[in-house]
Design a protein around this ligand. Structure first.
Ligand SMILES: [Zn+2]
Length: 281
């Protein structure tokens, strides 16, 4: 069933488990995520991000994800991640996404707050949830890499003000996490997660979930992380499946797809087990 993130994440926060968000940039990914969620009776969030749109345009993603979510036997939120422009977020809304992340985290504090608050006013009128980001989560490599990531960590006082004034449903925090492959195991600032969670009272989101250790996840979830974003791990699993298929003698896409899906489903299952969302649908 197609839902927004509100009830799903509040239940996760109160129940001390995490819900996974996976980008699904093609049908194989979407099937791997949704079929596993159904098999394990786990709620899940699927979607895409603005930077991933070269893989497939938003209209096409909506055309397969939204009907698949509607028909699923478990609650599924369809989320537009890292919406960078107002126009693109409005397009996602029109296409039927039930959750929007409006990422204005590279702007100054008041600008971020104002823009996100406006997005909340629009989205809540349509029963759509909104995720904001305060502080800034950088990338592990490339142009999005931050010189001193700790300068961009989420400030707890600002987080309280930001949440109260925007009325967002979930807050993405910068606490030592980064997008993409970690060169070294990251050191998460757990005290910061704890304080922000207690003081804001809303579900927190951990971006850059691929590559964190099992104990990192367990601790982060216990302290108030309710949504964990995973892409790199499932993306690489798809490639691994193709390699396995080729080694096994597969000669066509038709023959490769089952290998691809099997590897991706294993990653989805493992994350759901780790975050404790199995059986919570
Ligand atoms: Zn992210």
């Amino acid at each position: 069933m197609l839902v927004n993130m509100k009830e799903m994440l509040n239940k996760a926060k109160n129940g001390h488990y995490g819900v996974s968000f996976f980008n699904a940039v093609n049908m194989e990914m979407a099937r791997s995520i949704i079929e596993t969620a159904e098999e394990l009776k786990a709620p899940v969030i699927v979607g895409t991000a603005e930077v991933l749109l070269p893989a497939m345009n938003l209209d096409d993603v909506a055309k397969y994800l939204i009907p698949m979510a509607k028909e699923a036997s478990v609650p599924i939120a369809v989320h537009y991640d890292h919406g960078l422009t107002f126009e693109k977020c409005m397009e996602a809304l029109r296409l039927g996404f039930t959750s929007i992340m409006y990422d204005c985290s590279t702007l100054g504090y008041e600008d971020n707050l104002e823009k996100v608050a406006e997005m909340v006013r629009i989205c809540h009128g349509m029963n759509v949830t909104v995720e904001g980001e305060l502080g800034h989560v950088g990338d592990n490599a490339g142009s999005g890499k931050l010189e001193n990531p700790s300068d961009y960590y989420t400030d707890p006082d600002m987080a309280v003000d930001f949440v109260n004034r925007t009325e967002i449903d979930a807050l993405a925090v910068a606490v030592g996490n980064a997008h993409g492959d970690y060169a070294f195991p990251p050191k998460l600032d757990f005290d910061r997660i704890d304080i922000i969670s207690q003081r804001t009272g809303i579900p927190l989101v951990l971006h850059g979930g691929s590559g964190l250790s099992d104990t990192d996840f367990e601790t982060a979830v216990k302290l108030g992380i309710s949504k964990i974003n995973i892409f790199t791990d499932i993306d690489k699993a798809g490639k691994r499946g193709i390699e396995k298929g080729l080694q096994a003698g597969a000669k066509t896409m038709m023959e490769l797809m089952p290998y691809e899906i099997e590897e991706m489903k294993a990653v989805v299952k493992e994350k759901m087990r780790l975050f404790g969302s199995i059986g919570k649908a």
